[in-house]
Design a protein around this ligand. Structure first.
Ligand code: PA5
Length: 445
């Protein structure tokens, strides 16, 4: 389903430390599977593809019920409680929403007041339901959005009917959202204790919004099951090992940035999901590659200049979809005023692929080497496979780096300052301290 091509990576770099690194990677994989490494209590995602089968009928039933009754589902969540479903829907549904089963709108993934007000105005005339997703149940962005949307729904349809239109996906026992859901009697789905946010896309967190959007979640899980089976074998040609090996060989060779790129705009949010996965998992103790993304050919007309010619700090991982879902041909023009007749009867995908090949060679010449992940096609099954491939690669890569890939201590720093500045009870001494610091900053500017 997925092939790794290292043709566009300089041989010397490719072979650098390959043997030694491969052994380290195999050991890291074993540690992960034996549940022996840091963050071992958050490795439940390894078995999600097979475990979720039992939940499919319930998820499909809830989705069916929501689709039959309402026009819009607002999915409220941030980070791992948002990006997986968003990535799946963007990747697997048509560009223009005509045949969406139900319109899906995301909220609670930022704090734009304008967005929330515009969303409220948009929903006023719609029949809508809410899927609020938060593992901790206390994250401020989704909590604020949910409070506003719940109030709107209650005003619109009454408290009792609103309760029937809200589904909460959260922890089994803890957090404000769990308390609220139990008190109000919402339908709930549980995020298991051993599954962290950014590894939760194959749980109800990602699967329920996908099912409502009309994605075949059985096929998503089938692809992930194939990956679970194939990629957990300790063979030298395991694509996960090849990917992790290349990332670490690049890091050791002085590269500091990995760009995930694609030639299919539907993959934009997959790269956003990937950035969260790798950035939050590996960026610790002043270690790790900085992860960013590009969408080609669009970004060849912007960042392409830097990639080709700027500071030599990056390498690229390019997702190539071998067979596009649809393709079309350039038609002949009798006048040929645009000079494009040399492309007559050439398909758009052929042109896209030539752009890719040309770029891969040019970037290799410019010392920005590329690894290619070749996916046969972009459907639900391949999507599930790709998700598991990246999750497994990320966890193993984190262990090779010597960090815990399942925590995110760095995220707390901004939250502490924000809560102190908002004068949240319990933050009194930080509030005082930060106010003094802000005064000093103002004086020195
Ligand atoms: O990976 C993670 O754990 C985080 O990015 C979370 O997904 C994100 O912070 C949202 O957390 P929660 O689901 O608890 O609201």
């Amino acid at each position: 389903m997925l092939k790794i091509k290292t043709t566009y990576i300089d041989d010397a770099l490719k072979q650098a430390e390959e043997k030694e690194l491969l052994e380290t990677i195999k050991k890291a994989h074993k540690t992960l599977l034996d549940r022996n490494g840091p963050g071992r209590e958050f490795t439940g995602w390894l078995d999600l593809p097979t475990m979720m089968n039992a939940k499919l009928p319930n998820l499909n039933q809830t989705a069916q019920h929501l689709k039959e009754k309402h026009d819009v589902l607002v999915v409220v969540g941030i980070g791992g409680s948002y990006l997986g479903a968003k990535a799946a829907i963007e990747a697997l549904k048509p560009y223009f929403k005509a045949d969406y089963d139900m319109e899906i709108i995301f909220a609670g993934h930022h704090m734009s007041s304008e967005y929330l007000l515009d969303l409220k105005a948009y929903l006023k005339e719609k029949s809508f339901a809410i899927n609020v997703i938060s593992k901790s149940g206390t994250t401020i962005e989704p909590a604020i959005a949910f409070r506003m949307l719940k109030q709107l729904l209650e005003e619109k349809v009454g408290k009792e009917e609103a309760k029937k239109r809200i589904v909460a996906t959260t922890d089994a026992n803890n957090g404000a959202l769990r308390k609220l859901a139990d008190k109000e009697g919402y339908e709930t789905y549980v995020i298991a204790d051993d599954i962290g946010g950014r590894y939760s896309v194959l749980s109800p967190v990602g699967l329920l919004p996908m099912a409502v959007a009309g994605i075949d979640i059985e096929a998503v899980l089938e692809g992930a099951q194939i990956a679970q089976e194939e990629l957990n074998r300790s063979t030298t040609d395991n694509p996960v090992y090849r990917y992790v090996l290349t990332r670490h060989a690049m890091l050791n060779a002085g590269k500091t940035v990995e760009l995930l790129g694609h030639y299919e705009p539907k993959l934009h949010f997959l790269t956003e999901w990937w950035k969260q996965l790798f950035g939050e998992s590996e960026g610790k103790n002043h270690k790790g590659l900085f992860v960013s993304s590009v969408g080609f050919t669009t970004d060849l007309h912007s960042l392409g200049q830097y990639i080709q010619d700027g500071k030599r700090l990056l390498f690229e991982t390019i997702i190539n979809i071998k067979e596009p879902k649809k393709d079309t041909y350039i038609a002949k023009s009798s006048e040929n005023l645009d000079g494009l007749n040399y492309l007559e009867a050439t398909s758009i995908d052929t042109i896209n692929k030539k752009a890719m090949q040309g770029t891969l060679l040019a970037h290799m010449d410019g010392e920005a080497p590329s690894l290619v992940l070749e996916l046969d096609r972009l459907d639900a099954k391949h999507f599930g496979y790709l998700i598991y491939f990246f999750e497994l690669s990320c966890a193993i890569s984190g262990y090779v780096l010597g960090v815990n890939p399942f925590d995110q201590p760095g995220v707390e720093a901004y939250k502490k300052n924000m809560f102190a500045l908002l004068e949240k009870p319990g933050f009194e001494s930080e509030t005082k301290h930060l106010k003094e610091r802000l005064k000093d900053v103002k004086k020195t500017r």
